[in-house]
Design a binder for this molecule. Structure first.
Ligand SMILES: [Zn+2]
Length: 423
């Protein structure tokens, strides 16, 4: 089997290690060595891809998005409240054909690859058949379930089009997503969590996203009550649980080490402790958080509590790009209390861990799968504080490698592969 050496001026192996004049050797989709060019011992048959003065870093992970909403970009910027935005989104979404949804997902996948993302946690509310054959991006897709009427729980779970458990590949897995505490009954949450546990599937849910959600769970009032009443979706005998959404989900058995809690914009100390004890992951979506004008996110406390925090873009209905690099740069600019290494870790190792790729993706260590993002650097780039410079804006993605294959490349990038092997 021919091995490939990717040579570049720099390789950012993990948040704490930068190698100069680097050589990443890849065989059968996995990294076999990451060293300096001079010290690399090439396999007997080796092809060299020389990325010149660029930097190689781990493929980025977008732990929460909705690729099917890619075509909603810039179409939902005018709204009076969160529920008004949801109502507009529902109306728009209903007008799309299955073909338009497939196109939207594929465009989202293309944009992801073109920004250096190699793995996404993707929520899908429509079961549209998407050929996995030509799939280049790793996509963990979460089938969304939604119904506040408790009597619908069994029927919804029985109709899920889940592929048999264990049939996921290294590129794809079919998981579950009860939408949110204001749109999913306790019965449906419990049933989905039980199913996910039994079949070893990940479970993701939007939670504690707005103050209105906290109010609705506390006493059943506010904009969610009005919204659900207006949509005729409020079950007659529904009673508010009277607790914080995290306490509520914990009581329903949702939290756990395969659970991904999306947003968590409004947490108290008790809920942070609950998340930490449960080993659930949290996905923070900084630009979507900003889009809706939320209060300061408790990400610092989450990190200090040792919680696995990943980054997500959410959909283009509340963001400007599906680029995790853009997300990292926005976070670096707006939150001086979060260190560059923490941001990088959230977008790589932590995202991989949240989506079931712990020890497989997120760094360039030997044994890890060869997902890599290639950044072209400006001339002024210095190896000291490399990560800080990247987060300040230095570097454009020129190629994306998934499982050892170059799956996206900027069209005008210089020709490759001419360099001789070291030694
Ligand atoms: Zn979302």
């Amino acid at each position: 089997m021919t091995a490939t050496i990717h040579r570049a001026k720099y390789a950012l192996v993990n948040p704490d290690l930068l190698i100069e004049n680097a050589a990443v050797q890849v065989s059968s989709g996995y990294i076999s060595s990451t060293e300096t060019w001079e010290s690399t011992a090439p396999a007997s048959e080796v092809e060299v891809v020389d990325w010149g003065s660029a930097l190689i870093m781990p493929g980025l992970v977008n732990a929460h998005t909705h690729l099917e909403l890619t075509s909603a970009h810039n179409r939902l910027n005018q709204f009076s409240s969160f529920t008004d935005w949801i109502a507009k989104l529902i109306t728009m979404r209903r007008s799309w054909t299955a073909g338009q949804i497939v196109d939207s997902i594929q465009e989202g996948a293309r944009l992801s690859l073109a920004s250096g993302v190699t793995l996404v946690g993707d929520i899908t509310s429509s079961v549209v058949s998407i050929s996995q054959e030509n799939q280049k991006l790793r996509r963990i897709f979460f089938e969304e379930v939604i119904a506040l009427a408790p009597e619908r729980a069994d029927e919804i779970l029985s109709k899920l089009s889940l592929e048999p458990a264990g049939t996921g590949s290294r590129f794809s897995a079919h998981c579950l997503s009860p939408h949110a505490p204001y749109s999913v009954s306790a019965q449906l949450y419990k049933g989905a969590a039980e199913l996910a546990r039994k079949q070893k599937r990940l479970l993701a849910t939007h939670v504690a996203e707005t103050q209105a959600e906290l109010q609705f769970l506390r006493n059943g009032t506010g904009e969610f009550r009005e919204f659900l009443d207006s949509m005729n979706l409020m079950p007659a005998d529904w009673k508010p649980p009277g607790v914080h959404p995290i306490t509520y989900l914990n009581g329903l058995g949702v939290l756990g080490n395969s659970c991904i809690l999306i947003h968590c914009n409004y947490l108290d100390q008790q809920s942070i402790a609950r998340i930490s004890n449960s080993q659930s992951s949290v996905v923070y979506c900084p630009r979507s958080h900003h889009f809706f004008g939320h209060e300061k996110h408790p990400v610092r406390s989450l990190l200090d509590s040792g919680i696995n925090v990943a980054l997500g873009t959410d959909s283009l209905a509340s963001n400007d790009s599906l680029s995790v690099l853009d997300e990292m740069r926005f976070l670096f600019k707006t939150r001086k209390d979060i260190r560059a290494e923490e941001i990088f870790r959230a977008a790589s190792l932590n995202g991989a861990a949240a989506l079931g790729f712990k020890g497989v993706l997120g760094c360039l260590n030997p044994g890890y799968a060869a997902d890599m993002t290639i950044l072209e650097l400006p001339h002024a780039f210095k190896p000291r504080h490399a990560l800080g410079q990247i987060l300040e804006g230095a570097g454009d993605c020129i190629a994306t490698i998934v499982h050892g294959q170059i799956e996206w490349r900027k069209e005008d990038v210089y020709s490759l592969g001419a360099a001789p092997a070291p030694g």
